[in-house]
Design a protein around this ligand. Structure first.
Ligand SMILES: [Zn+2]
Length: 191
């Protein structure tokens, strides 16, 4: 989505800056950035144009990869920022997110953009309550139960703590290969 070209006036450029969004390549295991505990974003994210750009780029990169969630380390940025894009819902960002409550257990099928070609059955919580800041710096609290959103919140918040879904498996033998012709295993997507 790089809008290129020459001869664009400065005013035109400023009015259209939001279109300059970059799809970043997804980092795969064993990239060390995926295993680092990411740094907290300082206060007032709404006043940091680089952070706003990062969020736009993450939403675009998530869409291009057909993911339902993406964490900043997955594009090589070790910051506590995640985006979630549930199909047919508006994608959103959560800054410095934390899980504040979980309850119950359920079986899900999960994959990760950073571990391409595989998926696995695993256990996630039924109820997930998370808090953080939205991109405007407003405090938000999200409650999800038995949904893809609940699964994605846990998956993406794991990422900023350097964890991957495969860490929750008893053994890597539990990983299943995505079969040819099968849709690719998307980030935290039940199948
Ligand atoms: Zn992932």
């Amino acid at each position: 989505m790089m809008a290129g070209g020459t001869g664009i006036g400065k005013a035109a450029l400023e009015c259209c800056l939001e279109q300059y969004v970059t799809v970043h390549p997804i980092r795969y295991l064993p990239e060390p950035v995926l295993r680092q505990k990411a740094k907290r974003v300082p206060n007032a994210p709404q006043r940091d144009p680089r952070l706003q750009q990062l969020i736009d780029d993450m939403i675009e990169s998530m869409g291009a990869a057909r993911g339902v969630g993406l964490a900043a380390p997955q594009i090589g940025v070790s910051l506590r920022v995640i985006v979630i894009g549930i199909p047919d819902e508006e994608p959103f960002a959560l800054i410095n997110p934390e899980i504040v409550k979980v309850a119950g257990e359920r079986q899900v099928d999960e994959g990760c953009l950073s571990v391409p070609g595989y998926h696995a059955e695993m256990v996630r919580h039924r109820l997930v309550v998370a808090k953080g800041l939205d991109r405007d710096g407003k405090k938000v609290r999200i409650k999800a139960r038995d949904t893809l959103l609940a699964q994605a919140l846990e998956h993406e918040i794991d990422h900023i703590n350097g964890m991957l879904y495969i860490d929750h498996l008893d053994s890597l033998d539990e990983l299943q290969k995505v079969e040819p012709g099968e849709s690719i295993s998307r980030e935290a997507t039940p199948r």
